[in-house]
Design a protein around this ligand. Structure first.
Ligand code: K1U
Ligand code: ZN
Length: 169
């Protein structure tokens, strides 16, 4: 297994729209395993392939306390969303150190393939529902800061670019 580099906002590659996975091959299984390892190492609860510069519809999530219940979702599609929405505090491994409130559906049902290519449906609420929506946005090239005001977003962009310049120096 391997740790993968995570793209940092405002990298334009984070805005690419991912293509469907044609078939769950060994390459996809290895990518999913590497993404899970990368997510655990970065202390995240989710990761989208877009964030590791692979523009295919694949996400991994683990919201368990024990960090031993990783879920792999290939070609995820929302098939139901609740009428209710709420604002949740979100963070993003591609925007380190930034947390803010984003409105999401309270509950969602997702149809996807697992890491074996088997069809599965997940009925999610709470943190799992929030994380699924956040990761599926990544596959559409959307980063959570795009829900914030232009003023906040520009401040975040400036802060990230400064941090990246200082890291390189
Ligand atoms: O997509 C990512 O960058 C991963 C992201 C997932 C996520 C966290 C919080 C709400 C929605 C989606 C993270 O794991 S950020 C780091 C983190 O562990 C965390 C941050 C805030 C709340 C809970 C967890
Ligand atoms: Zn994110």
């Amino acid at each position: 297994m391997a740790l993968l580099p995570i793209l940092c906002y405002p990298d334009p590659k984070l805005h690419k729209v991912a293509k469907p996975v044609a078939e769950v091959t060994d390459r996809i299984k290895t990518l999913a395993a590497d993404m899970i390892e990368t997510m655990y190492e970065a202390k995240g609860i989710g990761l989208a392939a877009t964030q590791v510069d692979v523009h295919e519809r694949l996400i991994v999530i683990d919201v368990s306390e024990e960090r031993d219940q990783a879920i792999v979702l290939v070609n995820p599609e929302l098939v139901w969303t609740s009428a209710e929405k709420r604002i949740n505090e979100e963070g993003c491994l591609s925007v380190p150190g930034i947390y803010d409130g984003v409105e999401r559906f309270d509950a969602v049902h997702v149809q996807a393939l697992d890491e074996h290519g088997k069809s599965r449906k997940i009925e999610a609420d709470g943190m799992l529902a929030v994380c699924i929506q956040h990761e599926m946005d990544h596959l559409l090239g959307k980063v959570f800061v795009e829900y914030l005001s232009p003023l906040k977003r520009n401040r975040i962009k400036t802060k990230m670019l400064k941090a990246q310049r200082e890291e390189r120096a």
